[in-house]
Design a protein around this ligand. Structure first.
Ligand code: FES
Length: 365
């Protein structure tokens, strides 16, 4: 019934405004009246900033009462307006659920990379600054608290795991955290986790210093007792891959190994390798009345394809959040990469970064 209503509403919007939603149609006007407004996003105010380590900044945010909340372990997209465009990055919530329930506050631990485009901006935010956040997302959360659990975190991978452990109210089974760090001075949230280990007898904290201890030692510790345990892994990609391979080789079933992977990040065009096996379609991109015919790979987003052909379309987050890449599709059908939903065949606005071609297209940039 709900999906029928959604389909009818979408058809109504397309009929009325050539858009899949009326919010999209009125977006320029809404942003003029309410600077920073983004559909599907929520306002949050910076309450405090505090360095957890030399490069890990903890932001405390007071979130809008409309924000729907989170499950400890989930992440959100934080969006900032910079140099005339919106840019977004995912961050895990590191604070306990009780803080949000009691004060509508959440905390994010953000690793600041001085060479990056986004994270240095976080350090420039003043108290009271308003930012946009998405609803919490992801399925990395403590699924069976009644079963013994082993958590393994490295670097900023500690953030979702800290939220899970610090939120747990009723401990039903033992849990051990193996926290791989480069010296305790680089261990974010260590104080909070030590306090938890002191007051909760079922929780054990084990630090593994990468400067003193090879990764194999940690692997041997994990292998010592693998039976009937669930594993939660969060850290750099290669670190997690090694652990997952090792656990699988020792017979741990895949459903007992959970790992966090910040989802939805399409590679920039430079990283795309062409493949002869992927179906090709043609499209005409029109800019200032001049039409450019290009070949599209149906597995790539339209943003990636346009960039590959040096058409330099406007973009921001590359994740479907900021609406900077919205443009007019004149004809043809596209698929929304996030939901798989198909567009109509006629004129409507689309987001290039989350649209893949289904048929031949004409697009106005
Ligand atoms: S680039 Fe942000 S929505 Fe497409």
């Amino acid at each position: 019934m709900k999906s029928l209503f959604a389909r009818l509403w979408r058809s109504f919007c397309l009929m009325l405004a050539n858009q899949p939603s009326l919010t999209l149609y009125f977006l320029p006007l809404l942003q003029r009246c309410w600077p920073g407004f983004l559909p599907g996003q929520y306002r949050a105010h910076v309450v405090t900033k505090q360095w957890q380590t030399a490069d890990m900044l903890q932001l405390s945010l007071k979130v809008s009462p409309r924000w729907p909340g989170f499950v400890p372990g989930q992440h959100l997209l934080l969006t900032l307006y910079h140099n005339g465009r919106y840019i977004s990055r995912p961050f895990s919530i590191c604070s306990p659920l009780s803080l949000w329930q009691s004060h509508r506050h959440i905390q994010l631990c953000c690793k600041i990379s001085s060479a990056g485009e986004f994270t240095p901006l976080l350090n420039l935010l003043n108290k009271g600054a308003v930012i946009n956040i998405s609803p919490a997302q992801g399925d990395f959360y403590w699924q069976q608290p009644a079963m013994p659990a082993v958590f393994v975190a490295a670097g900023s991978g500690i953030t979702p795991i800290a939220a899970m452990l610090l939120s747990q109210r009723h401990w039903l089974a033992p849990a051990t955290l193996h926290y791989r760090v480069r010296g305790t001075e680089n261990a974010a949230l260590l104080k909070e986790l030590k306090q938890l280990a002191t007051r909760q007898p079922l929780f054990t904290l084990q630090l593994s210093d990468s400067r003193l201890e090879p990764a194999e030692t940690l692997q041997q510790q994990l292998c010592a007792d693998l039976s009937n345990k669930q594993f939660y892994l969060c850290g750099p990609q290669t670190f997690m891959q090694q652990l997952r391979t090792m656990l699988s080789q020792h017979g741990v079933p895949a459903e007992h190994i959970k790992h966090e992977q910040f989802g939805f990040a399409l590679p920039p065009a430079a990283n795309i390798k062409s493949s002869t096996t992927e179906p090709l379609l043609s499209a005409n991109f029109i800019r200032a009345g001049i039409s450019t015919a290009v070949t599209l790979n149906s597995q790539h987003s339209l943003l990636q394809s346009a960039e590959q052909h040096n058409l330099a379309p406007r973009f921001g987050c590359r994740m479907g959040v900021c609406f900077q890449c919205v443009c007019d599709k004149v004809s043809g059908q596209v698929r929304d990469i996030r939901s798989g939903a198909l567009s109509g065949h006629g004129t409507e606005q689309i987001q290039l970064c989350v649209s893949q071609p289904v048929t031949e297209l004409v697009i106005k940039l």
